[in-house]
Ligand binder design. Sequence first.
Ligand code: FCB
Length: 439
Amino acid sequence: MTKFSFSRSDFPQDFIWGAATSSYQIEGHAFGGAGPTHWDTFAATPGNVVRAENGDTACDHYHRYEQDLDLIKDAGLDAYRFSTSWARVMPDGKAVNPDGLDFYDRLTDAMLERGLKPCATLYHWELPAALAVQGGWQNRDVAKWFGEFTHTIMGKIGDRMHSVAPINEPWCVGWLSHFLGHHAPGLRDIRATAHAMHHVMLAHGTAIGVMRDLGLKNLGGVFNMEWATPADDSPEAARAAELYDGYYNHFFLSGVFKGRYPDTVMEGLGPHMPQGWQDDFNVIQAPLDWVGVNYYTRKLIAPNTDPWPSHEEVEGPLPKTDMAWEIYPQGLYEFLKRTADTYTGTLPLYVTENGMAHACPAEDVDQPRIDYLQAHIAMARKAMDDGVPLKGYMIWSLLDNYEWALGYEKRFGLVHVDFDTLKRTPKASYQALAAALKR
Ligand code: FCB
């Protein structure tokens, strides 16, 4: 059997090892009275998602969660990073679905029964369609609506959470979904982007405030980061990469920890920002207890003659995953170091997602995933050696699942899922991880 070269004993005793998933990607949205989300709308519109696949059945985690939690426990993991679907809890965005609340209540207890730490993310992209038609993230009221959802779900399960973060990957909610159009609602509109980027921050801060009022502890934020490398040595390429770094990696951390957005980004977004945005930082800057970094890859950035941001990604030379993402472990080290040095200081950091899409030829052969994880875990360890207060590492993902616009064909799981039979089969990477965590 192939092995990891790290062991649990190489890390502090209280270091938390976890696996991550999200609700729409695994639960089966057709079950349990969940309402339509903007992802259902997006997937039903031709050209958006591979084979127009959606999350109706996904991994049927809704019915199989006990088996899935057993897999997490049997791997020797300490924590489960899961998310709560807004549209399952509030199908029309407002009225409560008791079955939805009940599901997360049972899921929470089932984690605790297995000694797993529940690490919740409130929103991993399933905006109720009823709120999407009212403008969704473009509408300032989304912060208020999200506060109501936060109160409802955390009023039910918040007493048993180990940690909670409001919104998975604000960059994806804002830029990827409103400027690049790759995710729901699939817009390519700079004004929509500026509004969504700011409102997602306002919703984040609002939710933190609601949870503080409920008496919850250990509240954080989860931000995705992608290293930006200039495509060549020219000053133009350096500026292009700096801007990419600005709206991808700095925008949200700067909002939360410095109370302002980067000047380079405001050059483009400034004229399109919602009225009065400058007055919202008292909400956005609600103090956090930890920060999570989701990291997968880097991009090579070259200038072009398009309107702002006047740049594009070009193909890089490094080995790639099935997402065509370059494997660049060094970026994880750089981000952990930079986040601590520039923004978070002594605040605990977590790697809240890291992993690779790889279709292994057979479940017992999964060497590229082992190599990918090994290389990134080594960078996490190096950051700790250099003083970064990293307290945990979570693998994306427990199961092969619905990879958004790419449908079911990108396999990120430690556990293989047969999407015809829904049978789960642990891969070699799962077995190797279980062995490393025992050592
Ligand atoms: C992250 C998402 C997660 C998954 C991975 C591959 O951006 O949070 O849902 O799609 O990428």
